[in-house]
Design a protein around this ligand. Structure first.
Ligand SMILES: Cc1cc2nc3c(=O)[nH]c(=O)nc-3n(C[C@H](O)[C@H](O)[C@H](O)COP(=O)(O)O)c2cc1C
Length: 408
């Protein structure tokens, strides 16, 4: 089956698995071209070493399998996993609290993990343990996960009550926006079941039986499931006046990852455009969002109504955005939020200082603005110590930006 291997998180989470078992898992993932391996956090460094030079990603489980440990412990495990090479975090939601109606606590737990992962360019899949939940609880869990910043909702741990079902996958697909993907896991052992999950809306399959699942039965034609993949259109605004500076390097890395994953990027170097500041004339208020100023902003605006994601790439200028980005942002006052297709945003930003608190006011402003217009934060990547063009060359932010683009 064409592309089915790219749906597979090749998984080994059972107690008693050792280093040699994880190395074997990784070598199988490389050989069969699986999307990722899914391992317990202890084994992330082992997988990192074993997968060197390959494009197989590492998914680390967090709070596994009960989801009942403290949020602090989950955040620590997330940071440890990311720092050692995980690009994806599969966290277990505290479903006991959800069942008792403590939605805020469940949200806070998920958000803390999503925020910690986003700071490392990693994405989060929230394991709901659907076998233990009613339909209403599944819907609530999906909505809380999306609001908290999850990239995926995932059915089961494989260690709890029941595994993935077509019904649960369909319900999850309906309960999240198209910015959130669905992972089916738990009890998927054959090709037929995997296909049924994909048809129900699953974007990823977690299984220990990936090799078996991808085997095409003799005499059968491999099916092409590539149409199920959902490429995105991405608007990238580069607000640096330097065309080959540190911001441009972050943009290039992000775009490389995004294009590899099949997404389309539309990059605007704002410094080369003529965009005038908003004059607060309020013309747009009475003219269906049309702006009275006719300049290059009219080239950017249509993307808010056709693209899925917006990326703000800006150097830190005195604790904030560059004037180029701020000017574009102010002109967005005329946007009509109801018609917008953009649902998520990214911030990429280099700065000269080595004090990591420097970008905080800019990040606060980015979060306030995107929260105001209802965009989900898909990732914030900053690069310290980048005063002169080229300083970013060996910075880990480049790798993180590429991973973020790839994992959108
Ligand atoms: C007007 C201006 C203000 C700046 N303010 C800060 C700042 O507050 N903190 C900081 O760490 N770097 C600051 N910088 C340095 C830039 O953030 C840094 O050089 C960045 O890497 C430039 O990105 P570029 O190469 O893409 O243009 C400032 C630079 C300029 C020109």
């Amino acid at each position: 089956m064409k592309n089915l291997e790219k749906y597979i998180d090749h998984t080994l989470l059972k107690p008693g698995a050792g280093i040699a078992d994880i190395e074997k898992l990784c070598s199988e993932a490389k050989e069969h071209g699986f999307y990722a391996v899914c391992v317990n956090s202890r084994f992330v460094p082992v997988a990192k070493k074993a997968l060197e030079g390959s494009d197989v990603k590492i998914s680390s489980v967090v709070g596994f399998p009960l989801g009942a440990m403290s949020t602090e412990a989950k955040v620590f495990e997330t940071v440890y996993s990311c720092e050692n090479g995980a690009e994806e975090i599969d966290m277990v939601m505290e479903y006991g609290l959800l069942k008792e109606g403590h939605k805020q606590a469940v949200f806070d737990d998920i958000k803390a993990v999503c925020d910690a992962a986003a700071e490392h360019g990693a994405i989060v899949k929230v394991i709901l343990e659907t076998g233990a939940l009613s339909d209403g609880e599944i819907v609530d869990a999906c909505k809380l996960s999306e609001e908290a910043g999850a990239a995926f909702v995932k059915t089961s741990t494989g260690f709890g009550e029941g595994g993935a079902t077509v019904h649960a996958v369909e319900l999850m697909r309906e309960s999240v926006s198209r910015n959130v993907r669905v992972k089916a896991s738990g009890g998927i052992r054959d090709r037929e079941t995997a296909l049924a999950m994909i048809k129900a809306g699953a974007d990823r399959i977690g299984a220990s039986a990936g090799i078996e699942i991808c085997k095409v039965p003799e005499g059968e034609e491999a099916e092409d499931v590539s149409s199920v993949l959902t490429p995105k259109n991405i608007l990238v605004l580069n607000g640096s006046p330097k065309m080959s500076g540190n911001t441009a390097a972050l943009v290039d890395a992000f775009c490389r990852g995004a294009q590899e994953a099949g997404h389309t990027v539309h990059v605007f170097n704002v410094a080369n455009l003529s965009v005038h500041p908003c004059t607060d004339c309020r013309y747009c208020f009475d003219h269906a969002g049309e702006c009275a100023i006719h300049d290059d902003m009219q080239r950017i605006m249509p993307h808010l109504y056709s693209d899925d994601v917006i990326v703000f790439a800006t150097p830190v200028y005195f604790y904030g955005f560059s004037a180029q980005i701020k000017t574009v942002l102010d002109r967005m006052i005329c946007m009509q939020t109801a018609k917008m297709t953009v649902k998520g945003s990214v911030l990429l930003s280099p700065y000269g200082d080595t004090d990591k608190t420097v970008p905080k006011p800019m990040i606060d402003m980015y979060k306030a603005f995107t929260g105001y217009v209802g965009w989900k934060n898909l990732g914030i990547i900053t690069a310290d110590g980048c005063m002169d063009p080229g300083d970013i060359k060996d910075h880990k932010a480049l790798e993180q930006a590429e991973a973020l683009g790839r994992n959108l």
